[in-house]
Design a protein around this ligand. Structure first.
Ligand code: NAD
Length: 393
């Protein structure tokens, strides 16, 4: 079995490395030529990914060959697609990258091959759009059994992807029965904990609703924090005793960022809107709004803390400590910590940023002011949500 992995990003590369480590020959296709070169030289482009250095050093350029050219993957028996899916400015899914990747795979597809989509997508994407793109480009037909198509959502977390792939149960479902069984048998070769579900739609829905669950529950935690604050009650003490087997109140935050959790609820909200079923996704929409609006709550808290200092407001040095969307991950996509920083800047406040993952230069290149935590009159630690002020004389 020769397997192609299309997209060698934060999700695709660990998967490609694990497949290669399982003894398969892997062709990794990525449009980023420099990234391919690094991988083939044994250099890991995602150093924060635990255990990946070693796998890339051993397999890069050998059992895992990276290339920007889809033609190099011709002759593979299986294609795993894991390229990004972004939202457009109206928060509708933008399928353009996915379509390009599928049409490119379609051109090199041969009879008997199997294609598995791993990118998280709106339910039914695999059985409709992906099927159509592949059939158009290959002139082969799934319904006639000429090739097979399935969905297996990536469930990794950057930083611990290798162990997640080895330990966390993975789901797989086909667009038809044969596709499901073939995909299951293929993946069993490198994924130890694998469940075959009844369809690709179920597999897609499982991943999307995980994200929705997290978003709604974080929104609940954020709302309860604000209520506790109004009532003068310690939220964290209350949460510690409220949580038990049947209650899992999440941690509050500055909002929800990254490519996953804030994106997936929109897949369902928009799918219901398209059908004019506006009453079906109220909770998802409210949770999205609530989480996105948390920056206003924190901006107000910071402003009130500044006003207690014995200094003109515009002179108070504010330090935002941590601007990434998640602690320890150098990623800013939909980062609410970054959005909070910009909001405070727009208000004319004297705001600097400290983030151990970024150099001073990187911070300044984003149009932000770099600062040291010790220099500030007020520090907001975005992950612990601690606000500390120093006495200003
Ligand atoms: N990163 C995570 O923690 C995570 C977790 C769960 C699921 N996912 C899923 O994985 C998908 C990809 O995420 P990621 O974090 O790997 O993104 P990423 O931006 O790190 O990587 C995407 C890669 O795809 C490449 N690419 C873009 N267009 C291409 C094309 N036409 N052909 C070949 N390669 C192409 C890019 O050059 C890039 O290297 C997400 O959309 C999400 O559904 C990611």
């Amino acid at each position: 079995m020769k397997i192609a992995v299309i997209g060698l990003g934060k999700a695709g590369l660990p998967l490609a490395a694990v497949i290669a480590d399982g003894g398969f020959e892997v062709i990794g296709v990525d449009v980023d030529t420099a990234r391919c070169k690094d991988i083939n030289n044994g250099i890991n482009p995602i150093p924060e990914e635990s255990g990946l250095d070693e796998l890339i050093r051993i397999h890069g350029g050998e059992r895992l060959f990276a290339t920007p050219d889809y033609d190099d993957a011709r002759g593979c028996d299986a294609y795993v697609v894991i390229v990004p899916l972004f939202l457009d400015k109206n928060v509708n899914p933008d399928f353009s990258i996915l379509e390009r990747a599928f049409r490119s795979v379609g051109k090199i597809l041969k009879k008997g091959d199997i294609v598995v989509l791993e990118t998280t997508v709106p339910p039914m994407t695999t059985a409709t759009l992906a099927k159509r793109w592949l059939e158009d480009a290959s002139e082969l037909s799934i319904d006639s059994g000429e090739f097979y198509l399935a969905h297996s959502p990536e469930r990794i977390m950057t930083g611990v992807s290798i162990s997640r792939l080895k330990e966390f149960p993975k789901i797989i479902g086909g667009v038809n029965r044969d596709s499901g069984i073939r995909a299951f048998n293929l993946y069993k070769g490198f994924i130890p904990h694998l469940h075959l579900v009844s369809s690709s739609g179920v597999a897609e829905f499982i991943k999307v609703i995980e994200g929705c669950y997290r978003d709604v529950n974080i929104a609940l935690a954020n709302e309860l924090l604000k209520i506790a604050d109004e009532l003068g009650i310690d939220f964290y003490e209350s949460r510690a005793y409220a949580n038990h087997d049947y209650c899992d109140i999440h941690l509050p935050s500055t909002g929800v960022g990254g490519h996953c959790i804030p994106v997936y609820p929109w897949f369902l909200i928009k799918a219901m809107e398209e059908r004019e079923k506006f009453d079906r996704s109220n909770l998802l929409r409210t949770s999205r709004t609530l989480n996105d609006q948390m920056i206003y709550y924190w901006a107000e808290k910071i402003l009130l803390a500044c006003m207690k200092l014995n200094k003109p407001l515009s002179d108070v040095k504010i330090c935002i400590n941590g601007i990434t969307f998640r602690d320890g991950v150098k990623e800013l996509y939909h980062s609410r910590n970054l959005a909070l920083t910009r909001l405070l800047m727009e208000k004319g406040l004297n705001v600097g940023v400290y983030d151990e993952l970024f150099t001073r230069e990187e911070i300044e290149n984003m149009g932000l002011k770099s600062c040291e935590v010790e220099e500030a009159d007020l520090v907001f630690n975005t992950f612990s949500l601690e606000l500390t002020t120093k006495e200003v004389t």
